[in-house]
Write a protein that binds this ligand. Structure first.
Ligand code: ADP
Length: 301
């Protein structure tokens, strides 16, 4: 048809208008592909965010369910056993020796309940963003020794206990908070080890830091779990099948309290087996005192 009008198709293709139309078309194509790619990218990012949000939500729900299950169990079992003991003492004429044994067991149960409530209160305070601390120059060894003595007396599970204490180790801190840190770690060391395993505490100085190490030769923690165990309510395994008691609050509290004391905590493998928790805190001498150094009321970050 073009030939008939005297314009060859080659001529049309070489014409300026045709080139411009072709360029325009190419530009439009590029724009469409570019916009499409951006749109796809945004879609993928959105889908990924929805997916990870959902996963977080599911994990949170699972943790909350685990927490409710474990806390109910933790509260119920010592209460039931105290109730049973009291009923037995009232109903039966027990010889004094047997009665003392039962009462001692109930005392251990009440201590466990008190420890649990202390942990819950501390967690609530940390959540409420302000904790009342009574800062003083604390002898780290006196805290470790106090906790160790407590567990040596009350532990009905035979463990080998080892204490390696350095000298002159003082940190600026709150005694109750430091007791909570050490006793939670020691309780875990006992809980996650078996009869005959070694439980130990070591204190020493490294530069201007005071180090506290609590170690055991127990079941150990996998590398994947090491990244999760400091999370609130996080417990390794499944609540329906788990044998050990607990709420998943212990290590969360420990880490928060260590951070409030401007320290760090790390977890590593013990050799040949077991776990080591190492805490480093600024030593008392390394801190230039001022009223603002550790205020009575601290804010959790
Ligand atoms: P829990 O109340 O479950 O003991 P924690 O916050 O104290 O909660 O600890 C979180 C998890 O870390 C525990 O469920 C346990 O699996 C693991 N864990 C803590 N300490 C030890 C340890 N010394 N050895 C092995 N596992 C441990």
């Amino acid at each position: 048809m073009a030939e008939r009008k005297g314009i060859s198709s080659e001529g049309v293709m070489n014409s300026l208008e045709y080139k411009e139309i072709e360029d325009k078309l190419a530009r439009q194509n590029r724009m469409i592909y570019g916009e499409g790619a951006i749109f796809l990218l945004i879609l993928f990012i959105g889908a990924y965010q929805v997916h990870s949000g959902l996963r977080k939500e599911i994990a949170l729900n699972r943790q909350q369910r685990n927490f409710l299950l474990s806390i109910s169990h933790e509260l119920k079992s010592p209460l039931s056993s105290i109730k049973l003991t009291l009923q037995t003492i009232i109903k039966r004429q027990l010889d004094p020796e047997r009665a003392r044994g039962l009462i001692n067991n109930s005392l251990k149960d009440t201590e466990r309940l008190a420890g649990l409530v202390d942990n819950l209160l501390m967690a609530a305070k940390l959540d409420g963003e302000s904790v009342d601390f009574l800062p003083e120059d604390l002898s780290v060894n006196s805290v470790v020794e106090e906790v160790m003595a407590h567990y040596e007396n009350k532990s009905d599970r035979p463990r080998k206990i080892e204490l390696k204490l350095g000298e002159g180790l003082y940190v600026p801190g709150d005694r109750m908070a430091l007791l909570t840190i050490v006793s939670n770690l020691l309780e875990n060391a006992i809980k996650y080890s078996a009869d005959g395993d070694l439980i130990g505490a070591q204190t020493f100085k490294s530069g201007n830091k005071v180090m506290i190490r609590i170690y055991d030769t127990g079941i150990g923690i996998t590398d994947l779990e090491k990244t999760k165990i400091f999370g609130k309510f996080y417990r390794v395994g499944n609540e329906d099948t788990r044998q050990t008691k607990g709420t998943g609050l212990g290590l969360f509290l420990v880490r928060q309290l260590v951070h409030l004391h401007k320290g760090e905590i790390v977890v590593s493998d013990n050799v040949p087996k077991g776990t080591v928790f190492t805490i480093q805190l600024p030593s008392a001498e390394s801190i230039v005192r001022s009223d603002s150094e550790m205020p009575r009321s601290q804010t959790v970050s």
